[in-house]
Design a protein around this ligand. Structure first.
Ligand code: SF4
Length: 369
């Protein structure tokens, strides 16, 4: 049996914080934060918990000094399904914690705040998916993992931003069709469709089924037989929708030679203009790629991810004018996270019938390489 290494003391954590993160907090606050991290780590050990930290956490949660695993939605879903800890404390938003519960139902899954929602997951529900399936029978339904268990329970396969086009190709092959219903992120659908040379149709969901299917038939009549066709939904990420092509131009003007990366939840007009688009995990990996070398790097994504990267890589820009913070992700802080373990709150529950139905599309997503 492997023995756990000794926990860092407040003083040891404080020394590390002073070296790495003094640009973010005054000295006295670094010391307070170090004490909170020491307490949090002790609780993690005592309760046999694992902390899963999404890349959008602030530096004082993402840092290596806080015990846990860092990653994007796909990586953390994999980890959630594999862990042997008794408790999964998910530092992210509710749909992520729900995904962990669906994959590992015997574990206690906690989230520090029930206010941590997501504009994408709240843009759609299971009833909407049922309606779409009636309008477009036989067409596979791919749902971005940023959906709740109710929506997931009605779809065929989930995807993350890092494997969306692979999942769509897999679904088209399995269902032997060139069409796919892709939910709920409008911009991710447009970006993936563009990458695949696909046409995209956004149905008028308030119209009756006959009108919508007629419109679809008309729209797709002249498309070459093998061209992939997406049927999309109008959901948007309230953070990434704010980035504009003018932001890209402005940044290139102010920082000549800058290498810009964007999350594919950004509008396609933005994604077209940047140097690289990918999931948070892919963007982080790309910072050290030969394409970047010593160029200054900027990110069009949730700004907390930039905090930790700027502390690790001197060429990463902290450009305040383009920074955006997700109010849902920001519900996670050292106070709410410690309280979650102390009070064992807030427990995620998913009714068993819903859980079983939501599990297959998530497992299919994880299996697509
Ligand atoms: S950043 Fe956007 S997609 Fe992510 S949780 Fe916030 S609102 Fe949802």
């Amino acid at each position: 049996m492997t023995k756990n290494p000794p926990l860092l003391t407040q003083q040891e954590i404080y020394e590390q914080f002073k070296i790495k993160y003094s640009q973010y907090s005054p000295d006295f606050e670094l010391l307070i934060k170090a004490g909170q991290v020491e307490k949090l780590n002790r609780l993690v050990r005592e309760k046999n918990a694992v902390i899963l930290k999404h890349n959008y956490m602030s530096w004082d949660l993402q840092c290596d000094e806080v015990l846990g695993i860092r990653g994007d939605s796909l990586e953390l879903s994999r980890k959630a399904g594999e862990t042997e800890a008794d408790i999964i404390l998910f530092l992210g938003v509710k749909f992520m914690a729900e995904t962990a519960k669906v994959l590992n139902p015997k574990k206690t899954v906690l989230i520090p705040s029930l206010k941590a929602g997501c504009s994408l997951s709240s843009s759609i529900a299971g009833t909407d998916v049922r309606k779409l399936k009636q309008m477009f029978p036989g067409i596979p339904v791919v749902a971005y993992v940023n959906t709740d268990a109710d929506t997931k329970s009605e779809v065929d396969v989930c995807c993350a931003s890092g494997n969306a086009s692979k999942v769509v190709q897999w679904a088209m092959k399995e269902w032997k069709t060139n069409k796919v219903i892709f939910l709920p992120d409008k911009f991710l659908a447009q970006n993936v469709a563009r990458e695949m040379g696909a046409d995209i149709f956004f149905p008028n969901v308030s119209a009756d089924a006959t009108t919508t299917t007629k419109e679809f038939a008309l729209r797709t009549k002249h498309i070459a037989p093998k061209t992939p066709i997406f049927i999309g939904w109008e959901g948007k990420c309230e953070v990434h929708e704010k980035f504009t092509p003018e932001d890209v131009d402005g940044l290139r003007h102010d920082f000549p030679g800058v290498y810009i990366m964007a999350h594919p939840e950004c509008p396609p007009e933005v994604v077209k203009k940047v140097d690289f688009a990918g999931s948070t995990g892919e963007m982080i990996k790309n910072v050290t790629s030969p394409d970047v070398q010593d160029r200054q790097v900027a990110f069009f994504t949730e700004c907390a991810m930039v905090e930790i990267l700027a502390a690790q890589h001197k060429n990463v820009l902290q450009v305040c004018s383009i920074q955006k913070r997700c109010p849902h992700m920001a519900q996670n802080n050292l106070e709410t996270v410690i309280e979650a373990l102390e009070k064992m709150q807030y427990k995620i529950t998913v009714p068993e019938d819903l859980r079983k139905k939501a599990e297959l599309p998530i497992r299919r997503m994880i299996a697509v390489k």
